[in-house]
Structures are given as structure tokens and as C-alpha cells.
Write a protein that binds this ligand. Structure first.
Ligand SMILES: [Zn+2]
Length: 379
């Protein structure tokens, strides 16, 4: 029988059915008072590599994780007992039923960000932050997980469209709630939306497959809410300042048409001309004034969901053809510097020494990858 988390077991973990109706202070309290979370809480320091702006956050307790110590080939086996399906996870903040099962949001018990006791008076603007003594900057916030489905082997690529859309909308809703939360828990971000100041940064990523860093095979997204603007999003912001336009607008104008994978109308799926790894893709929202998921219209949300499903299906099929265990990262580029876009980074090649010095040796060319992807995706 398919493993899944049963609704009656989920209800035992429920703090709420709708995170939007939870008092935000209650969320912080719940996170602060979670003994398990404290045990695995990060060091709360973020250092910056002055050569290239790489950010490093430290979490020395993370090595104690059960799933990081098992070897990679085991981490993806579907017949292993799954702690999520067994209900051995943290409190649930949000749950929406789907045609089969449900999608839900809970706490990551191995957080990369955790609240700190005293929020330092630091410059939220990344361009003006100074660290003369190299103590690093404080990093804080919290770390949530969205389970795409309660059914163990269901994820974006094999869920009905309507169910995938529910999961996507739930993610957009969470992003909105965190950005506009009313407390002073988080430093103010450098950006404003419609003249409203928002707080913190929401970094949403997905790891799928052991080779892409997934420690659990039950399909999920990670949502980090923090004062730290990851380098990729900082670079989006820097790109905008330098070029006076967003990276996504630049790509919509400049990327060669032969690298188009699919045009959905309001959203477009492309292989970037600077592809670093075979099958890398970008899913770009054509309205480049939109910087966050929750700003998307009904149609845009539908098209982004369809794009996610089709891009991932194509990656999995093509990696299987290449005799590789399917594995990819999905990154949602939101925040102050965007044009909203999503990145799909399949683990089609390992990182070697040249890649570590910023010289990627790619075993395919962009035009061939785009052609293969077009052949996989229904037009
Ligand atoms: Zn499971």
C-alpha cells in the first residue's frame, strides 16, 4: 500500500488549519518553545566570502540529523519507513485538502534559521552593511516545510493539475503572510510593495533526489524566512541596479528564440543561453513588475503551476533516459531585485574543481537541451 500521512494523524499535530488565521506572535512562540528545534538550532551567524559574496551560515548541530548520516542510495528508497507518513513530525500550521490526500505546512525540525533573543540593530540594506571586525552578521528567522502531498510518492510531476495548483497557491499565501506579518520580529527588508514596507526575505527552494540534497524522499519545498538575502537574490537586485532593468526582463529580451521550450502566454519556459548544466531551465513571468508569488494573477498562477509540472516531468524523463537517478533543485527567485522567475537545476553533472573556481564545464549545449526538452513537453 502507498505510504501516506492519514488525516486523523495530521489532526493530532494541527496547530491550525489556516496559517493566515494564526496570530503571528503565536507562530513565533510555538517555534521558540519547541525543544526539538532548539536542539538543532543553528549558530545564528552568517559570514560572507569577500571574494565573491558567497554567504555561509553555520549550523554545527545539523550533522546530527538522522538522514544526513545514511548513505545517499538509501535516502531515496521508497520502501523505507517515512517519518512524515508516520506522523512523526512537527506541528502543522496549515492544511488544505486535495482530490487525493492533502498538502500541509509544518516546521523543519533541522532549521537553518531560528529566532534569536536579541535582534541586533543592523543595517538591513545589503549595500550599506559594514563588518569591520569580521564577526559576521546575525542570521535569524525560521524554517518551514511544505509537503506537496500527504501521499508519499506524489509530487509536482505526478499530481493532477488541480491538486498541484492548490499546493502552489498555498505557497503563495504563505509568502504573503510572512512578508506582511505585523510584529517587529524581523528586520525591514530593502524593498516596498505598493508603498508598503515588507519584512524579511522568503527563500523557497526544493531539493528532489539524494544527489540534489534531499534527505527525505517525501516530496517537499523548503521555506526559509530570514533577515538574510541569499546571494542569488542579492545578485538579482544588483543586476537591476546595474542594468536598470530586471534580469528576467533582460532574458525575455535577449535569450535566443531557439532556446524557447514553451510559451504559456503569461509565462515562458526557456533554456538560458549561459546554461551551466544540461537541461537547466528558467520559468519566467512576462510581467516583470511582479516580484513575489502572491502578486501573480489567477492565470499566472495556473501557468506557473503547469510550467513547474511540465519542466519537472521532462527533467525526470530525460534523466532516466541518461541512466541517471532523477534529481534537481527548484529555486523561486522572488524578492527586491526580481522579475519573478523560477529556476530548474537538474543534477545532470557533478561539481568539480573547475566549477569551484567559477568555470563550468558543461557536457551539452543549450540548443540541444532546448530541443530535447521541447520534444518531452506537450506544445
Ligand atoms: Zn512519506
Amino acid at each position: 500500500m502507498t505510504q501516506q500521512l492519514k488525516l486523523q494523524d495530521a489532526k493530532k499535530l494541527m496547530l491550525s488549519f489556516d496559517i493566515g488565521k494564526l496570530d503571528f506572535a503565536k507562530i513565533i512562540d510555538n517555534i521558540n518553545n519547541d525543544k526539538l528545534l532548539k536542539q538543532f538550532s543553528p549558530d545564528g551567524i552568517c559570514q560572507i566570502d569577500p571574494r565573491n559574496g558567497n554567504l555561509v551560515i553555520y549550523n554545527s548541530s545539523r550533522a546530527k540529523r538522522i538522514h544526513t548520516t545514511v548513505d545517499n542510495s538509501q535516502a531515496v528508497k521508497d520502501d523505507m519507513p517515512c517519518p512524515i507518513c508516520e506522523g512523526k513530525s512537527s506541528d502543522i500550521f496549515d492544511l488544505v485538502e486535495q482530490s487525493e490526500g492533502f498538502t500541509f505546512i509544518n516546521k523543519n525540525i533541522y532549521p537553518i534559521f531560528h529566532p534569536i533573543d536579541e535582534i541586533p540593530n543592523e543595517e538591513a540594506d545589503y549595500f550599506s552593511h559594514q563588518d569591520l571586525e569580521h564577526k559576521g552578521r546575525a542570521s535569524y528567522g525560521f524554517h518551514l516545510l511544505q509537503w506537496t502531498s500527504s501521499i508519499h510518492n506524489k509530487d509536482w510531476h505526478n499530481m493532477p493539475f488541480a491538486d498541484a495548483l492548490i499546493s502552489f497557491k498555498q505557497l503563495a499565501k504563505l509568502e504573503e503572510i510572512l512578508l506582511y506579518q505585523p510584529t517587529n520580529f524581523m528586520s525591514r527588508s530593502v524593498t516596498k510593495i505598493d508603498q508598503q514596507v515588507v519584512s524579511g526575505y522568503i527563500s523557497i527552494i526544493k531539493n528532489y533526489g539524494a544527489a540534489a540534497g534531499a534527505s527525505l524522499s517525501h516530496g517537499h519545498q523548503q521555506i526559509a524566512y530570514s533577515n538574510i538575502l541569499p546571494q542569488r537574490f542579492f545578485n538579482n537586485l544588483r543586476f537591476r541596479k546595474r542594468h536598470n532593468k530586471s534580469f528576467s526582463l533582460f532574458m525575455l529580451e535577449e535569450n535566443p528564440s531557439e532556446l524557447l521550450v514553451k510559451d504559456y502566454g503569461d509565462v515562458v519556459l526557456i533554456v538560458p543561453y549561459f546554461m551551466k548544466r544540461p537541461l537547466d531551465m528558467l520559468l519566467m513571468v512576462k510581467d516583470t513588475n511582479k516580484r513575489y508569488l502572491h502578486q501573480l494573477s489567477v492565470h499566472e498562477k495556473q501557468q506557473v503551476t503547469q510550467g513547474i509540472q511540465e519542466a519537472i516531468r521532462a527533467i525526470i524523463a530525460l534523466m532516466e533516459n541518461m541512466k541517471l537517478q532523477p534529481a534537481y533543485n527548484m529555486i523561486i527567485n522572488n524578492g527586491p531585485g526580481c522579475g519573478l522567475y523560477l529556476e530548474f537545476l537538474p543534477q545532470t553533472q557533478k561539481m568539480g574543481g573547475y566549477e569551484q573556481i567559477g568555470l563550468f564545464v558543461c557536457q551539452a549545449n543549450a540548443a540541444d537541451s532546448a530541443k530535447q526538452l521541447r520534444e518531452q513537453i506537450p506544445s
